[in-house]
Design a protein around this ligand. Structure first.
Ligand code: ATP
Ligand code: MG
Length: 567
């Protein structure tokens, strides 16, 4: 089910959601002495996506709102999948979204020594033991929701023996999987997470930061709560799938008697027509479905950036969807597009480009003549300034702006019809020239010299206004037209025997050669621009001055308004 966006900004920042309510309560009771200290804890095993943006806006946003702090912490306990490439991209993306972490970034790997000490303490307290069951056996012994677990034969191993074995694990005496360290909690707990979870495992692998110093690595559930504790985090906000893990989170901190942060869960973001799982995103990249992590179709932050989304638009989106505890909230992609359009409308200059050109010859316009029209770059905001647009006898307009047999109320060009060329002149179509196959190759028109600037010479009304470019001055540009990456709204629509990849939309990228007005070739990579009547576009770094490349960020048509009405 789709989620309706919450009320406007003014109402949203007043502590009305459940997380802000809890923080307000904690501040009232002075539980954390009124401090608010959050963290954003990505695992550096992929690029950040729009789901992470929700978490970033929430964690950094809370810190800002409450005059608190927010740490950036890399949750880097799995050496096999992690890489500094990901670390760097994550830092860049958080900053691009407009947030700055407190001090230096933190790394769970910085705590490996302290975590190890904590593990030894648990062993000494009789709260952890070294187990010899294999991973499969551990799963088997764990039981199910309806059947209690069976204790491992090694559960009652004396503490000194576990300690000695644990030290030998650390010293590298055993191969991967030979032993694990498990917390000794309750094999009959109704919460399966509490049935003696594994807290350390052997992994002979190079770590991107600690190199070969360690061959045992702490598990997420053990690392996360203690990292929060070491950093003095007050509110540890995570997604709902960790709800059952909260009991373990609390157990570790209580058992060790250390500073205790409060874990709070919220619903993760799902978006229609895309996937927000790093595993699936990696697959799209590795198997060549897309150009890379920053392909403009990807829901990654770098993909959205290359597509032309702005930090303001993404923050607005995150603020509109709000935070809730309800599971499985799926948000319409068109809401994200709506937010993007809203912002680009204010910040993108307007220019003219013709995506599917057909030639127009103004038969009564002098052959060698060129005029220059000074046109504003934004219709409502003079601060954008203006640029000059050349005009001559040969122009291009959109093929779709001409109909031989126009339907009723068709105000664009047709035989005998008169239209306004934006900022230039009125023209009337006299003849459509065709090739041998009957395709229109040229429209022969006449212009009214008295309509210069696009204004009516005698008060006669012209309904249609077309965009155009001068054929002699136009710059050919590669324009990449993007559509939804998948043909199915949600993962749950995937039929049996198929995978999400079977729904990859082959039309999600269409490339055309457009004719652009010269000014467009002067824009730098990353610039936003509206092609009048067509949509918002962003200059791609692949392009050059001779052959610029534009990515379509979003069309001008708002499909969100329609969806909103239905809800
Ligand atoms: P994935 O399932 O894509 O691998 P993850 O949760 O494993 O995501 P992390 O790097 O661990 O990725 O995520 C960092 C933070 O971002 C976590 O606090 C996580 O809860 C949050 N997060 C990840 N995905 C989403 C999402 N779709 N919506 C909201 N928050 C998310
Ligand atoms: Mg994770």
């Amino acid at each position: 089910m789709s989620q309706t966006p919450s009320a406007p900004e003014a109402d949203r920042s007043q502590g009305t959601d459940f997380i802000r309510t809890r923080i307000n309560q904690d501040n009232l009771s002075r539980r954390f002495e009124g401090r608010v200290h959050t963290r954003f804890p990505p695992e550096p095993n992929g690029y950040l996506h729009i789901g992470h943006a929700k978490s970033i806006c929430l964690n950094f946003g809370l810190a800002k709102e409450y005059g608190g702090k927010c740490n950036l912490r890399f949750d880097d306990t799995n050496p096999v999948k992690e890489d500094t490439e990901y670390v760097d991209s994550i830092k860049q993306d958080v900053q691009w979204l407009g947030f700055q972490w407190e001090g230096e970034p933190h790394y769970a790997s910085d705590y490996f020594d302290r975590l190890y000490e904590c593990a030894e303490r648990l062993i000494i307290m009789g709260k952890a033991y070294v187990d010899e069951l294999s991973a499969d056996q551990i799963r088997e012994y764990r039981g199910t929701l309806t059947r209690p677990g069976t204790p491992s034969p090694w559960r009652e191993r004396p503490a000194e023996e576990s300690l000695a074995l644990f030290r030998r694990m650390k010293a590298g005496e055993f191969e991967d999987g030979k032993y694990v360290l498990r917390a000794k909690i309750d094999m009959a707990s109704p919460n399966v997470v509490m049935r003696d979870p594994t807290i350390y495992r052997i992994r002979h692998a190079e770590h991107h930061r600690t190199g070969s110093k360690w061959c045992i690595y702490p598990m997420y559930d053990f690392t996360h709560c203690l990292s929060d504790s070491f950093e003095g985090i007050t509110h540890s906000i995570c997604t709902l799938e960790f709800e059952n893990n909260r009991e373990l989170y609390d157990w570790v901190l209580d058992t060790l008697g250390v500073y205790h942060s409060q874990q709070i869960e919220f619903a993760r973001l799902n978006l229609t027509y895309t996937v927000l799982s790093k595993r699936k995103l990696i697959q799209l990249v590795k198997e060549g479905y897309v150009r890379g992590w920053d392909d403009p179709r990807m829901p990654t932050i770098c993909g959205l950036r290359r597509r032309g989304y702005t930090p303001e638009a993404i923050r607005d989106f995150c603020s509109r969807i709000g935070v809730a505890r309800a599971a499985d909230s799926v948000v319409h992609y068109s809401l994200l597009e709506f937010c993007c359009r809203e912002h680009l409308n204010a910040v993108a200059p307007r220019c003219m480009a013709v995506l599917d050109p057909v030639k127009v010859t103004i038969t009564n316009y002098p052959e060698g003549k060129t005029e220059e029209f000074e046109q504003p770059l934004h219709p409502e905001d003079e601060s954008f300034g203006s640029r000059t647009v050349p005009f001559c006898r040969e122009l291009y307009i959109e093929r779709d702006d001409f109909r031989e047999d126009p339907p009723k109320k068709y105000f664009r060009l047709a035989p005998g019809a008169e239209v306004r060329l934006r900022y230039a002149y009125y023209i009337t179509c006299q003849e459509a020239v065709k090739d041998a196959d009957g395709n229109i190759i040229e429209l022969r028109c006449t212009y009214d010299p008295d309509s210069r600037g696009g204004s009516s010479p005698d008060g006669r009304k012209v309904k249609g206004t077309l965009h155009w470019v001068s054929a002699r001055h136009a710059v050919p540009a590669e324009v990449r037209l993007y559509e939804q990456m998948f043909t199915t709204e949600s993962d749950s629509d995937v039929e049996e025997g198929k995978t999400f990849l079977d729904y990859f939309n082959p039309e999600s990228e269409k490339i055309v050669t457009a004719m652009a007005e010269p000014y467009l070739a002067t824009l730098n990579a990353g610039s936003h621009v509206q092609f009048e009547r067509i949509g918002y576009f962003c200059v791609d770094p692949d392009g050059t001055q001779e052959k610029p490349v534009f990515n379509r960020t979003v069309t001008l048509k708002d499909s969100w308004a329609k969806i909103e009405k239905k809800q």
